[in-house]
Design a protein around this ligand. Structure first.
Ligand SMILES: [Fe+2]
Length: 200
């Protein structure tokens, strides 16, 4: 007799609930205060934080055992907004097991996925409803909501053993940033980017 975790199951993405899952095990909400050092305009960040500590994004996860044969799944919801001219975004991470990939499917909103490898490659891909994005092994990834009012909602799935390395991005940032330039999103070099081995 299989245990409950080995039985097939279904869940639904409910459009009326802004595409939130009707079944999930874990809910994460990240506030502005969790993004210290990630935004270019430090003064704008501090000023905003003295007024409020808004939720920038949420994740609803369907947990599975953290082993290679499993797939974790969930929904990421990045809120619209900016810190200075830089859009609300996720913390971004490498997978602890670098040789693991991830798939995203955009359900709502508009934005970008900013990506890079430890070897120095970078990529920024646009996300809109219907876009499927494959993030190959070794690519760190961060989603950015460039919409004025709408949430950026993506469904994701990745191997159960992948893990999250947030620390590397917290130290060095991403090579590329997405800024609002006169009302349009613009991809720019991150003037604060620094490889981990230089900063240490
Ligand atoms: Fe990931």
């Amino acid at each position: 007799m299989p245990s409950e975790t080995t039985l097939p199951f279904t869940f639904n993405i409910v459009p009326s609930l802004e595409s939130i899952l009707d079944k999930y095990d874990n809910h994460i909400a990240r506030n502005l205060s969790a993004m210290k050092g990630q935004y270019q305009d430090r003064a704008a960040y501090e000023a905003k934080l003295t007024e409020d500590d808004p939720v920038l994004y949420e994740v609803y996860e369907v947990s599975r055992p953290p082993v290679a044969g499993e797939l974790l799944m969930g929904i990421s919801i990045v809120r619209p907004g900016k810190v200075g001219n830089e859009y609300y975004m996720t913390k971004g991470h490498f997978h602890t097991v670098l040789e693991t990939s991830e798939m995203y499917y955009c359900l709502r909103g508009a934005g970008f996925m900013v990506m890079e490898t430890p070897e120095g490659d970078w990529a920024v891909e646009a996300l809109k409803p219907g876009t499927v994005l494959y993030v190959p092994p070794r690519w760190a990834h961060r989603s950015v909501n460039t919409g004025d009012q709408e949430n950026l909602v993506t469904f994701f799935t990745y191997p159960g053993n992948a893990g999250h390395d947030y620390g590397t991005i917290e130290r060095q940032g991403f090579r590329k940033i997405v800024m609002d330039h006169q009302g349009n999103p613009e991809i720019a070099d991150n003037p604060r980017w620094m490889p981990a081995d230089v900063r240490r």
